[in-house]
Design a protein around this ligand. Sequence first.
Ligand SMILES: *[C@@H]1O[C@H](CO)[C@@H](O)[C@H](O)[C@H]1NC(C)=O
Ligand SMILES: *[C@@H]1O[C@H](CO)[C@@H](O)[C@H](O)[C@H]1NC(C)=O
Ligand SMILES: *[C@@H]1O[C@H](CO)[C@@H](O)[C@H](O)[C@H]1NC(C)=O
Ligand SMILES: *[C@@H]1O[C@H](CO)[C@@H](O)[C@H](O)[C@H]1NC(C)=O
Ligand SMILES: *[C@@H]1O[C@H](CO)[C@@H](O)[C@H](O)[C@H]1NC(C)=O
Ligand SMILES: *[C@@H]1O[C@H](CO)[C@@H](O)[C@H](O)[C@H]1NC(C)=O
Length: 374
Amino acid sequence: MAARHGGAFALVALCLLELALRGAGAGDGEPLVPAMFVFGDSTVDVGNNNFLPGCSADCRANYARYGVDYPSHAPTGRFSNGYNLADHIARFLGFAESPPAYGSLPPEGIIGQMRSGINFASGGSGLQDLTGKALCGQVHSMSDQLDMFASVVQMMGNCSSDLVSRSLVFISVGSNDLFEYVGGNATSCPNRNDTAFLRGLVAAYRGYLQELYAAGARKFSIVSPSLVGCCPSQRSAGWLKDDLDGYYCFGTANSLSRQLYHMLLSMLQDLSAGLAGMNFSICDSAAMADSVFNSTVSAPNTMKVLDTGCCGGAGILGPAKCDKLATLCPNRAAYLFWDGFHPTETASAVAALALLADSGRYVHPINITRLAAL
Ligand SMILES: *[C@@H]1O[C@H](CO)[C@@H](O)[C@H](O)[C@H]1NC(C)=O
Ligand SMILES: *[C@@H]1O[C@H](CO)[C@@H](O)[C@H](O)[C@H]1NC(C)=O
Ligand SMILES: *[C@@H]1O[C@H](CO)[C@@H](O)[C@H](O)[C@H]1NC(C)=O
Ligand SMILES: *[C@@H]1O[C@H](CO)[C@@H](O)[C@H](O)[C@H]1NC(C)=O
Ligand SMILES: *[C@@H]1O[C@H](CO)[C@@H](O)[C@H](O)[C@H]1NC(C)=O
Ligand SMILES: *[C@@H]1O[C@H](CO)[C@@H](O)[C@H](O)[C@H]1NC(C)=O
């Protein structure tokens, strides 16, 4: 989930970037886009699942030790020790705060909040409507998230069109579909067809982007799933299935992540060629993760612990649940993973930096800074 440079470098670079962004486009604290709308899963959820009564504790992050490094030092529903990817992107764009969870807004506050952005993401969800439902009980699927967005846009009437077209749509989704596929029976089935599975995900994604376009969105930032087989939870799964790659990660899962990125890129190129005024920026998170895990290509990395989550550590059968009884590492910035599935605040910041400022290595065809300026 992170670029090739580690924590210390990242912190310096982040400060420089913030200064550069303030100096360049943004002017007197004006964000680079009027609003940011966030969709997807737990990599970007800022608390929506707290408002879903049927969502189980497995898919919530509203208890310690989540949030231990958040400004309030309290759990918020973010699946991180502090800020997540959506928070960092929002801050780099010049917003004082990340767009709030849709579920946290009073009905009378929703339209006003649209002017600077809303977060619809729901931990556990995926590209498929059913993803997350067995594990979590209740999640907002991507279809649900888009329905909520479309209904707010409709309520705003034609005041929305200019706002939505100039705003950033930020989407990070797909990992949970991969987790469920490799964790279920499909991969032990001799007739399994990975291509057909991945094509189904890409077709669903395409449909969501078309819906967003129809609602007025034009600027899309897409984060492809990272090497999901390298999450601490999946390393043990790969070991149990005797399916480990050169990083000692779950090989089939990583291979699916890499294939999915290339299919998403082609889909976006094709889609944007047919939709006037649509622009996109896609992050190849799998390539970014490769540069972290592959010591032959990575620079000396201050993010030293790559295989174990900070919270919950690593048991024989994988990491323990990250709750108040879990072990907690003292030096969070040295860890890539916060728990069995999610990056630390530092790792998310490094990824956010690349999304905003990378020149063609991981982000294609343009970075978010350029996308915002179009
Ligand atoms: C909004 O709709 C009204 C009534 O249909 C129309 O007169 C007006 O020009 C529209 N404004 C914009 C910005 O499209
Ligand atoms: C997976 O296989 C087991 C044993 O064959 C079966 O009981 C279970 O229902 C299957 N699960 C799914 C999701 O198909
Ligand atoms: C797998 O699915 C793809 C796409 O649906 C199809 O073109 C291909 O023939 C299938 N492969 C096999 C071995 O069935
Ligand atoms: C690391 O990168 C090198 C050079 O690109 C490549 O040959 C090698 O296969 C990679 N290692 C793993 C474990 O993927
Ligand atoms: C933005 O999209 C338009 C078409 O929708 C395309 O012609 C243009 O090249 C894109 N700009 C960039 C910088 O990718
Ligand atoms: C974004 O991409 C452009 C073009 O590749 C590059 O010139 C610029 O330095 C990158 N970073 C920022 C912050 O704009």
